[in-house]
Design a protein around this ligand. Structure first.
Ligand code: NAD
Length: 471
């Protein structure tokens, strides 16, 4: 099928590349020229395991193209994905200006050929109808411009014919198809989704989306091909939009729950790791998202939970539980500072090293990463902050890291530090030479913000080990 993906970030680029990999013809549109040039040369502007390989293969097999030309993308696609960012505004509301620009842009290039317009971006509940309205407005503007040109005798006839503007209103349907991929394993998640959600009232649009996803639903590209087909949830637009917010709000609340339990564990002398194991074995609870630590972050949970709270507020409902989940998380973000103060007392003039900066391992995404709060707080307290993160060391990325000295390996990081804080659970941090690192530090203290390291190994290496909620 012919597909156009607008916005080539973590979601759009992975979606476009994976759809090209399964055999569709994909044009990816982005308004960032530098990014487009990079992708045209076969490189991925983001770090995501396996992504570069499938982009290169898709370019070679001529299944994927990259452009800044929205008109070309719209003309090409039977199915058009909107996958631009929807960051949070300062009041917590979702900033939908990029979706608005793209929807109007699509409208201004539509002809009468039937298209399915897919909201892949996480958009506030009710956005399906809003996007339809914007597309119609964009189309009306296009028609008015062309009509004016005809009236002025500017010879737009050829354009009118090729774009079929003289035919009736454009035929299109809007589908909500929220994305659930996790950064760090986005390609695997796209080929092995737990479910696909399709929200629309149009049977025709749903049928085309089913056809698009058929190879993935049949598990043709799955790690385990013996699994039953991927469940497809067909629902109305608003329910599909709500599923995305409710899923993220639930996961964020689950983490805040175990962090609250961890804080109580610390006070009563229980070990949250044992507690999580004990409750996670209950199939009604499950063991995922029960790792206590320094809180949730990243580009989705914080903004999506805030947006849902904001939506509830708009409809006169106070989302008490979600507000509590956010408040526990804000407190949890500074728990590393409290632990450093308990061990080192005065932080002014001390040097603290952060192991990891990204909000989770296997990604280069620093958006709303807990590390940024920790850096800000430590800098405010007069502490010198150093950091080592495998991907930041590799990419040389420094945006947003002005208050921190970025080191190129863990031993350089440890050198001269009064304490280390493990912020991101990169698996290679389990293999470091901690005895060597301890010997390079003023005081070998490890605050394990993810309960990720082996306490015994660290203590044998000479560290004072402090976890989260470990009694
Ligand atoms: P991103 O910021 O990484 O990428 C957005 C891209 O859109 C950028 O490349 C930007 O240049 C491009 N863009 C912006 N305006 C444009 C325009 N007018 N025309 C063309 N391109 C334009 O965002 P992301 O992380 O991929 O997220 C996209 C959406 O998916 C968001 O709504 C997000 O909430 C949702 N989502 C993200 C994730 C995730 O893990 N990142 C997971 C699920 C859902």
């Amino acid at each position: 099928m012919r597909v156009c993906v607008i916005g080539t970030g973590y979601v759009g680029l992975v979606t476009g590349a994976c759809l090209a990999h399964v055999g569709h013809h994909v044009i990816c549109v982005d308004n960032n020229e530098e990014k487009v040039k990079l992708m045209q040369s076969g490189q991925s502007p983001i770090f995501e395991p396996g992504l570069s390989d499938i982009i290169k293969a898709a370019i070679q097999s001529e299944k994927i193209e990259f452009t800044t030309d929205l008109a070309a993308g719209v003309a090409h696609g039977q199915i058009l994905f909107i996958a631009v960012g929807t960051p949070a505004l300062p009041n917590g509301e979702s900033d939908t200006r990029y979706v608005e620009a793209v929807a109007r842009g699509i409208g201004s290039h539509l002809s009468s050929d039937y298209k399915v317009i897919v909201n892949k971006s996480t958009v506030p509940i009710g956005s399906g109808d809003w996007v339809r309205m914007l597309i119609m407005e964009g189309f009306a503007e296009q028609r008015a411009t062309l009509n004016a040109a005809v009236l002025a005798g500017a010879g737009a006839t050829e354009d009118l014919v090729t774009r079929k503007v003289l035919s009736p209103d454009p035929a299109f349907d809007v589908v909500s198809n929220p994305e659930f991929l996790r950064e760090g394993c986005a390609v695997d998640d796209t080929f092995n989704p737990d479910r696909i959600v399709l929200g629309s009232t149009s049977a025709k649009a749903i049928a085309l989306m089913q056809e698009l996803y058929a190879p993935i639903v049949r598990r043709e590209y799955a790690i385990d091909k013996t699994l039953p087909p991927v469940p497809v949830v067909e629902t109305d637009l608003s329910s599909a939009e709500m599923i995305k917010y409710a899923a993220n709000a639930f996961l964020a609340t689950k983490i805040s729950f175990i962090n609250e339990v961890a804080n109580i564990c610390e006070r009563v002398g229980a070990d949250v790791v044992e507690v999580a194991k004990g409750i996670g074995l209950d199939s009604r609870v499950g063991n995922k998202f029960l790792q206590a630590g320094i809180g949730w972050g990243g580009s989705c949970f914080p903004k999506d939970v805030s947006a849902l709270i904001h939506t509830a507020d708009d409809y006169g409902y106070e989302a008490h539980l979600l507000k509590a989940a956010v408040s526990v998380n804000q407190q949890q973000r500074i728990i590393a500072i409290e632990k450093l103060q308990q061990v080192l007392k005065i932080l002014k003039g001390k040097t603290v090293g952060l192991l990891g900066l990204t909000f989770k391992p296997d990604t280069d995404d620093l958006r709303d990463a807990p590390a940024l709060n920790i850096i800000e707080q430590l800098a405010r307290l007069g502490t010198k902050v150093k950091a080592y993160d495998p991907i930041i060391a590799q990419t040389g990325m420094r945006h947003g890291l002005s208050d921190v000295m970025v080191e190129t390996d863990a031993e350089r990081l440890a050198d001269g530090c009064d304490a280390l804080v493990l912020v991101t659970d990169w698996k290679q941090f389990r293999e470091l030479d901690y005895a060597k690192m301890a010997s390079l530090m003023h005081t070998p203290v490890m605050i394990d913000g993810r309960n990720f390291l082996d306490r015994k190994v660290l203590e044998q290496a000479g560290f004072r080990y402090v976890g989260v909620g470990r009694g």
